[in-house]
Design a binder for this molecule. Structure first.
Ligand SMILES: Nc1ncnc2c1ncn2[C@@H]1O[C@H](COP(=O)(O)OP(=O)(O)OP(=O)(O)O)[C@@H](O)[C@H]1O
Ligand SMILES: [Mg+2]
Ligand SMILES: [Zn+2]
Length: 367
């Protein structure tokens, strides 16, 4: 099977957008009330819906089938179909990463002068807008200051801090957020159900977690998994772990627990058992450091629920981490992390790869 999930499952209505609630609400209200701004700025991390929502807004504004007080595009009329196929003459999409100069903006300004040809609005989506050169940005600013009627600009960027403030202040700005694990996981679940592919829920959580808030990244990873699975295969945690080169969460947690209880002998034995099973000690130490860091964060954070790191982790993982956090003092975790980092360095050159890790564990447990 071969298909590009993130294109196939790009939302065609505002209703299908995951998260970004206040953005969807504000925009759909504006559309239904006919009160759209002439310039928007969508900022936020990659793969969170900026281009998708920009196109939806364009579609809704120029839709011929939409009733005036509704907000969703009909996806049936000629305008909607042309936008989907990327051939609408009243929607201009510019990638500022490759068209960043003054000439391109001059050309853009020429195009701005013309009224929309077939539709109500002429819409410009400028992606990666932080990449515009200074001259180009200033030229664009002039246009934003005196926008022709029936023109809507939608600027998108992953790096708003690189944009000139005068442009930002001319636009209605929306900050897109990273999506949380359950949100991403749910969308992956819907996709697999429509594709009639079986899966373990935990496998999807793992994909979602590794995507760090980007739905596109999660969908791309799922694409990879699906394309190398055989027909009728079930998508399993082990497959994803292999693909990502990560070690099972329960292994790491058990390991940390042994260290916390100062069971040096058990921990070293367990380590060697794992290595015999094929686990890469370098990956293992990396995961250990990651989890200890999260435990440390839990310890120093009085209100972990509000911390973005924990809001993207599955509930039960946070619960296990909390239990482990009680076994250690802050100073102990810091010491353990430092020991592991120096072991990690030494492992790259060690003739017995796991030896520096074993020594670190033994030394820590002595205290
Ligand atoms: N909020 C969301 N709800 C549902 N699907 C989403 C969402 N965000 C992203 N996606 C999925 O990811 C794909 C890519 O999203 P999109 O192109 O909108 O990301 P972006 O924010 O523009 O990223 P970039 O900064 O890399 O351009 C979409 O086709 C869709 O399948
Ligand atoms: Mg984009
Ligand atoms: Zn339509």
């Amino acid at each position: 099977m071969n298909f590009v999930l993130y294109r196939k499952y790009r939302p065609k209505t505002f209703r299908e957008i995951v998260g970004q609630e206040h953005i969807v609400k504000t925009l759909t209200n504006a559309i239904a009330l006919g009160k759209v701004s002439h310039a928007y700025l969508f900022s936020g991390p990659r793969g969170t819906g900026k281009t998708t929502i920009a196109r939806l807004l364009a579609k809704a504004l120029n839709c011929q089938g939409r009733k005036e007080d509704e907000c969703e595009p009909c996806n049936q009329c000629q305008s909607c179909k042309e936008i989907d196929r990327g051939v609408s003459i009243d929607l201009v999409e510019i990638d500022a990463a490759s068209n960043r100069g003054i000439d391109e903006i001059r050309e853009l300004k020429e195009r701005v002068k013309f009224r929309p040809l077939k539709s109500k609005y002429k819409i410009f989506i400028i992606d990666e807008s932080h990449q515009l050169t200074k001259e180009a940005a200033n030229a664009l600013l002039k246009t934003l200051e005196e926008p022709p009627s029936n023109t809507v600009f939608i600027l998108a960027t992953t790096e708003i801090q690189k944009m000139i403030p005068t442009i930002i202040s001319r636009c209605q700005t929306f900050s897109f957020r990273r999506l949380m694990v359950p949100e991403i996981s749910k969308k992956l679940e819907d996709i697999l159900n429509s594709e009639k592919i079986k899966f373990d829920k935990e496998a999807l959580d793992l994909i979602a977690l590794s995507a760090r808030g980007s739905i596109r990244d999660a969908e791309s990873l799922l694409d990879e998994v699906v394309s190398f699975s055989a027909k009728n295969d079930i998508i399993k945690v082990e497959t994803i772990q292999q693909l990502l080169g990560i070690t099972d969460k329960s292994i790491i947690l058990k390991f940390i627990e042994m260290i916390g209880k100062k069971q040096a002998k058990d921990a070293v034995e367990y380590l060697n058992e794992l290595i015999l099973k094929g686990i890469d000690p370098i990956e293992l130490v990396k995961s250990l450091i990651q989890y200890l860091r999260e435990i440390l964060m839990l310890k120093i954070n009085k209100n972990p629920a509000s911390d973005s790191l924990f809001s993207i982790l599955p509930q039960e993982t946070v619960k296990s981490l909390n239990i482990l956090a009680k076994q250690f003092t802050e100073a102990q975790i810091e010491e353990m992390i430092e020991k592991l980092i120096s072991a990690q360095d030494k492992m790259k050159f060690a003739s017995i790869v796991q030896l520096p890790l074993e020594l670190a564990i033994i030394e820590f447990c002595k205290k």
